[in-house]
Design a protein around this ligand. Structure first.
Ligand code: DON
Length: 572
């Protein structure tokens, strides 16, 4: 069974909210019990941003593939069905938990080219120039996805890689019918794609796309076939590598043949922490996502969240205050661990987090300009997420991205895929916000061969040694807070998976010092109370797009596909 989430209602509600200039309204629509549950299955589940990619994953599981096989096939498929974020020209992170309880993470994040320099995104006036870091060839990091998928497959893949790639190849050649949202997004990026692509390509074949049009990607099909036949060398060496380098030459980018040939993904130990009776497993640096998530969860331990209530002023206030402090730490302490000493153990030290919350005032907002990053002890939209559980109980949580929608806008000439604009995730200059309003400093400065800091947080939650949840989200800076809120919704508020995913969200990232809130995420009364405490609000577009799986007490798997997108869950 496949169920595709619909977004129309939510978008209408958001629009009405913004048009009427209102603050978040009542929470009636999200009270537990008023929701349909998500897709249920007895054995295995796939939840991804596209129903066709979900169906590809399910088919692989039916064919005897395991969660790793399904993840590999879904990733290839998303590169075709969802080229705004699914990719071979970007990178990502993945957390894998085997049925026997072992877990590990895979970092296939992009890297800065060897010729990258610290000040490369400063204009002639010495100021950060977002045009250089956000679009075009200079914004591209060395892609990691293809190497990552092969490393993942080599680790535990069961079915042949050719089998896992074939659905993507067929889809690219046959074409995908665009939904209204996909046509809208592609049209919205048309100027960028036209401006930064130097050769005719599938996306710019028309100036305007309509729902129901078929997007055929024959060049991408040929690229995928080359990779299928030659392995990672089919991408990182030879004709495709030359096409990427030629694109750099035409657009003033820095990636060289040597950069491509030397790209390597990295297996890393996961970061782990406890929240209530659950064990939370997530992504270590160079993503900040997992550590921030664990810091925020630990910061909530002192509060009886269930008793305090869902999205009441008291609960929101506490959540905002832990988010504020975690994001202040992000701005200073996080970067690529190969280049900077990220004090993970110190940042996750319970006494350190308790100390950070020592000045928490239950009645008043702390001003962000009075909060600085702490001094931890010891060592020092667009992205896509998918979650998979197989019949043996292996689980994969994967978040992959081009950074912005359609990345840099550079479609590699005749090879049919978009390159990322991940270089914008570096700090162009200390204290200068990136596309997500995030600031950073020395630890995340540009350097050759360095991985840019991320917020992605593919996460797995375990209770009593048994798998409880697999989840993650796109959303730039909002990613850790999306995952944080969904975990609280399940663990504290007893929601089922679909409820927890659907429930309106809010986000605070230290700077700007504002609670960004979806319409209806906080009741009018609670909003007023929070304003009285000194918080500021901004109503904003949907936050994140969580695709998650819950193992229910009866042992059934519940897939929660986020209605903010066109995501789909399917299981058997
Ligand atoms: O790695 C990061 O944190 C960002 N490049 C993610 C971008 C993202 O989630 C965009 N989606 N809305």
């Amino acid at each position: 069974m496949i169920r595709r989430a619909g977004s129309t209602t939510l978008q209408c509600v958001l629009l009405i909210g913004i048009l009427s200039g209102c603050r978040p309204l009542s929470k009636q629509a999200v009270s537990p019990g008023s929701y349909e549950h998500g897709v249920l299955a007895d054995h295995a589940m796939v939840v991804s941003a596209h129903p066709v990619a979900t169906a590809v994953g399910l088919d692989v599981l039916h064919a005897g593939g395991n969660a790793v096989d399904a993840a590999v096939a879904v990733h290839w498929a998303l590169a075709v069905t969802s080229p705004w974020a699914g990719n071979i020209g970007g990178g990502g992170f993945l957390v894998l938990r085997l049925a026997d309880g072992r877990s590990v993470s895979l970092d296939f994040r992009e890297m800065a080219p060897a010729a990258a320099t610290r000040d490369m995104f400063l204009g002639p006036d010495g100021q950060a120039d977002p045009d250089r870091s956000e679009h075009g060839a200079l914004s591209c990091g060395v892609p990691g996805s293809v190497a990552g998928l092969y490393a993942l497959h080599d680790s535990l893949g069961h079915l042949p890689m050719a089998r896992l790639m074939q659905p993507a190849i067929d889809l690219a050649r046959k074409g995908c019918v665009l939904t209204p949202m996909e046509a809208h997004d592609l049209n919205g990026c048309m100027r960028k794609l036209q401006a930064y692509s130097t050769r005719p390509n599938a996306f710019t074949a028309r100036c305007h796309w309509a729902a129901g049009d078929t997007l055929r990607q024959p060049e991408l099909a040929a690229t995928l076939e080359r990779i299928r036949d030659q392995g990672p060398d089919g991408f990182y060496k030879g004709a495709i590598a030359s096409a990427i380098v030629a694109e750099m030459a035409r657009g003033g980018g820095l990636i060289t043949a040597q950069d491509l040939a030397s790209y390597r993904p990295v297996w890393r130990p996961v970061v782990e922490g406890r929240y209530r009776d659950a064990q939370v497993i997530s992504m270590p640096p160079p993503s900040s996502g997992g550590v921030l998530l664990l810091q925020m969860l630990e910061g909530m331990e002192g509060m009886d969240v269930k008793r305090s209530g869902w999205q009441t002023a008291a609960t929101v206030h506490r959540m905002v205050e832990v988010e504020r402090r975690a994001f202040a730490d992000r701005s200073v302490h996080f970067g690529d661990p190969r280049f900077t000493d990220v004090p993970v153990a110190g940042l996750l030290d319970n006494r350190y987090i308790a100390g950070r919350m020592a000045d928490f005032d239950p009645y008043h907002a702390t001003r962000s300009d009075r909060i600085m990053a702490g001094d931890p002890p010891g060592e020092h939209e667009q992205t896509t997420h998918f979650s998979i559980v197989d019949a043996a109980g292996n689980a994969v949580s994967c978040t992959t991205t081009l950074n912005g929608m359609y990345g840099s806008g550079v479609v590699v000439g005749d090879a049919g895929f978009v390159l990322n604009n991940e270089m914008d995730d570096f700090s162009a200059a200390p204290g200068v916000p990136n596309n997500y309003g995030l600031t950073g400093g020395e630890a995340n400065a540009v350097a050759p061969g360095k991985r840019m800091l991320s917020s992605m947080a593919p996460t797995i939650v375990v209770r009593n040694g048994k798998l409880l949840m697999v989840l993650g989200s796109p959303g730039g800076a909002t990613i850790p807070t999306c995952v944080f809120q969904v975990i609280l919704n399940v663990v504290d508020h007893g929601m089922d998976m679909q409820q927890a995913v659907d429930a309106p969200r809010f986000h605070h990232q230290w700077m700007p010092d504002t609670i960004q809130a979806e319409v209806r995420s906080i009741s009018k009364m609670d909003s007023l109370e929070l304003v009285r405490m000194g918080h500021r609000f901004k109503v904003r577009r949907p936050i994140g797009r969580v695709d998650a799986i819950l193992v229910r007490p009866d042992g059934k798997l519940e897939g929660g596909a986020d209605p903010r997108g066109e995501d789909a869950a399917a299981g058997y």
